[in-house]
Every structure is written in structure tokens, then in C-alpha cells.
Design a protein around this ligand. Structure first.
Ligand code: PHB
Length: 391
């Protein structure tokens, strides 16, 4: 396509997206939620977890809210941003969805933000976690977490527990850059020293050369963020290179000791201290029921992605009820701001100003209990707002 034609086709699509946005709220038509998730490719576990959570939510809470039938459409973007954007356009223009949801990785959320704005469609981010995502559209609301939120507590814990020199080790894109930056500033503020900063490619990473660098630098600890799905491969290579026996401690965000893969990681994961907003071992009555019901429907344990999806459904159902089934982008958005409810992870709040999630962040240690590996919570930072919004 030449550039003029391409521009014209973009303008036509934009006009269709904007028009479609004003045509929602037909109260006898089903209320449609369009989930765009990675069901294939290296982030497929995120799609699998969130889809399972949506099914469990609807099995337990029904498919009618305030007299309105609720229909969920799930489409696979393979975590490719251009594909996410195209699917979002089709969902808004053709399917006339009332809400967009999902977004397995940050670039997919970024690519879709303009569609949410132009069509005035609430866009619920249930997975991706770069701080800046919610600033890309006034229609974005997040039920997952942010990397600064998950990282600051482990940096603070490390500095107060005898760790002086740290090498940071992160995936080289939005959430990794957030994790590196916020670990560094919090750790240095508490007297720690960063002796190396390593970034690994997002796609098909080979960790070996980067782990060799960690071994050569000999820090007290290596702090790791890798997106959900890469933790087991990392742990395997960490063990194979003997780093678990080198005296270099491994600390991380809970994305690395991911409940989706934790049980397959073996002894190398034992004792890893990490911080995150959700553990399948969270000892509340609500979470025990959530994990038991989830495992009765699936052959795997829920991870933090499943909980982001579950709470996304909860948020949307509450908003439909608040509009008495009428929906409408702006009315739904208004109903989502300031929502406060109990989640399997603990109490959560949608900050009305930032539309981002406020939640407890736990410090956990991987332990074997009854023959299985778990992230066992032993300390908590209450009601953490995204530190990335403070600037
Ligand atoms: C992201 O791309 O924003 C992302 C993906 C997986 C995670 C965390 C962040 O575990």
C-alpha cells in the first residue's frame, strides 16, 4: 500500500472506531466483553490462566448481571502488538464490544490504548504491568499490578537484610526497565550498591552468557525480573551453572517464582525471597476457596495472571450492575473508579485518580510444604500505590 492509501485506510478505521464507540448501550443486546490474550507463543501461559479464571468467574457468578446477558469473547493475539490492535478494532467496530480486556504484555496494551480513547471503550488491563500503561488512555483501568509496586518492597527488604551489593537482571522492555530503575533507587536510598545492570532480550532469551557475567561480578545478590513464562527456564540455567551454590543470593519479583511453573522448578528455587501481590498460598478463606475451585476445573494452580483476570471480571460485573445493565463507556468507567473489594490476593482498590490498582505487596520465600513448592508470605507492605505515579 502506498503511504496515502495507508493513511486513508487508517483514517477510515479511526472514524469507524469513533462511531462504533457512541453506539453501545442497547440494553436488550448482550453486554460484550472482548478479551485479547496471548493463547499461543511464549506468553501462552498468561492466556491460559486468564481464560480459566474467566470461566470460573462465570461458572460461579452467572452470565446475567442486572438483567443483561454477559457474553465474553476471547481472541488470541500471540502477544504481537499489531495483531492486538487489529483485533481491538474489529471487536469495537464489528462485535460492538462494551469493554476491552486482557493484554498479556506491555507493548500489546500500548498498541491498543488509542482505540480505547477514540471509541470511549473501557480497557481493563488484567496482565501487563509497566507503570505508564494507565497514562496512555483515560479509558484504561488496571487489575494486575505495576512493576514499581512489586519491586520497591524487595529492594527495601534486601537492603535491611545484610545485602550490600546487587546486580540487577531484567527483561529488556517496559516492565524490566521499571523494575531495574525502582530497585536501584530504593536500594541505593537504603545504603545499597548496584554493581552491574544486565538486560536480557524479551524474545527467546538464552540466559547463559548473562549468568556468566553475574558469576564474574560476584555480588551479594542478583535481583531478577522476567515476565511470567520465563521463570522455569531461568531457574534451570541458574542451577546448571552452579550459581545456586556460589553464595550469590537470588532475589526477585514473584513473576520469576511464578505459581504457574513453581512446582517444576525443583530445589534450585527453595529459599528464594521475592515480593509480589499474589501467592496461591495466601492464607485467606477467600483464596483457599478460589485455589480449590480453580484446581477442580483445571490441571494447574492459579497464578497472579489468573487473579488479575478474575478481579477484572469482578470489576466489570460491578460496573454493569452500577449502571443497572445500561452500560455505556463513560458510565462504566465512572463506576469502576474507586471500586474497593476483596480479592483472592487481599483487599484491592481502583484509585479514582490514576485508575491503577492499590494493593498489599507481600514478601515471600519459596518453601516446600506437603511435597509442593509454594511462595510462603512472611511480611507485607499494606495498600501500596504505584510508586511510578509519584513523579
Ligand atoms: C508486561 O509485559 O507488562 C508483563 C508481562 C508479564 C509479567 C509482568 C509484566 O509477569
Amino acid at each position: 500500500m502506498d503511504r496515502r492509501l495507508a493513511l486513508r485506510s487508517t483514517l477510515v478505521t479511526l472514524a469507524a472506531v469513533a462511531l462504533a464507540g457512541s453506539g453501545h448501550a442497547q440494553s436488550n443486546a448482550p453486554f460484550k466483553i472482548g478479551f485479547i490474550l496471548p493463547m499461543t507463543g511464549q506468553s501462552a501461559s498468561t492466556g491460559k490462566q486468564i481464560e480459566a479464571a474467566i470461566k470460573l468467574w462465570q461458572a460461579q457468578n452467572g452470565t446475567t448481571v442486572a438483567g443483561r446477558k454477559v457474553e465474553v469473547i476471547v481472541k488470541d493475539d500471540g502477544a504481537v502488538p499489531d495483531v492486538t490492535k487489529r483485533i481491538a478494532q474489529e471487536m469495537v467496530v464489528n462485535d460492538k464490544v462494551d469493554v476491552l480486556a486482557g493484554f498479556g504484555i506491555t507493548p500489546c496494551a500500548f498498541a491498543t490504548a488509542p482505540i480505547a480513547t477514540q471509541s470511549k471503550t473501557p480497557m481493563i488491563v488484567t496482565a501487563a504491568a509497566t507503570s505508564a500503561i494507565t497514562e496512555r488512555s483515560p479509558y484504561i483501568v488496571r487489575t494486575s499490578f505495576t512493576l514499581p509496586q512489586a519491586t520497591v518492597p524487595i529492594a527495601d527488604w534486601a537492603a535491611k537484610h545484610g545485602i550490600r551489593k546487587v546486580v540487577t537482571f531484567v527483561a529488556d522492555y517496559g516492565p524490566g526497565v521499571d523494575a531495574e530503575k525502582f530497585f536501584k533507587s530504593e536500594f541505593q536510598l537504603n545504603g545499597g550498591q548496584i554493581t552491574g545492570e544486565i538486560r536480557t532480550p524479551l524474545k527467546s532469551p538464552d540466559f547463559a552468557p548473562f549468568l556468566q557475567k553475574v558469576a564474574d561480578l560476584k555480588p551479594d545478590a542478583v535481583f531478577v525480573f522476567l515476565p511470567s513464562g520465563q521463570g522455569a527456564a531461568f531457574m534451570k540455567q541458574f542451577g546448571e551453572r552452579g550459581l545456586d551454590k556460589s553464595g550469590i543470593k537470588l532475589i526477585a519479583t514473584g513473576d520469576v517464582t511464578d505459581d504457574d511453573q513453581l512446582n517444576d522448578m525443583g530445589d534450585v528455587a527453595l529459599g528464594v525471597v521475592n515480593s509480589h501481590h499474589y501467592s496461591a498460598a495466601h492464607p485467606s478463606a477467600m483464596n483457599k476457596k478460589f485455589v480449590a475451585d480453580f484446581q477442580a476445573m483445571n490441571k494447574f494452580r492459579p497464578n497472579f495472571m489468573a487473579v488479575g483476570g478474575w478481579d477484572g471480571m469482578h470489576l466489570i460485573y460491578n460496573a454493569i450492575a452500577a449502571t443497572k445493565g445500561a452500560g455505556g463507556g463513560d458510565a462504566l468507567l465512572a463506576a469502576m473508579k474507586g471500586q474497593l473489594f476483596e480479592s483472592p490476593r487481599g483487599q484491592i482498590l481502583i484509585d479514582a485518580q490514576t485508575r491503577d490498582i492499590v494493593q498489599d505487596v507481600y514478601i515471600r520465600k519459596v518453601e516446600r510444604q506437603n511435597g509442593q513448592l509454594w511462595n510462603v508470605e512472611f511480611d507485607v507492605r499494606k495498600a501500596v500505590k504505584d510508586p511510578g505515579k509519584a513523579k
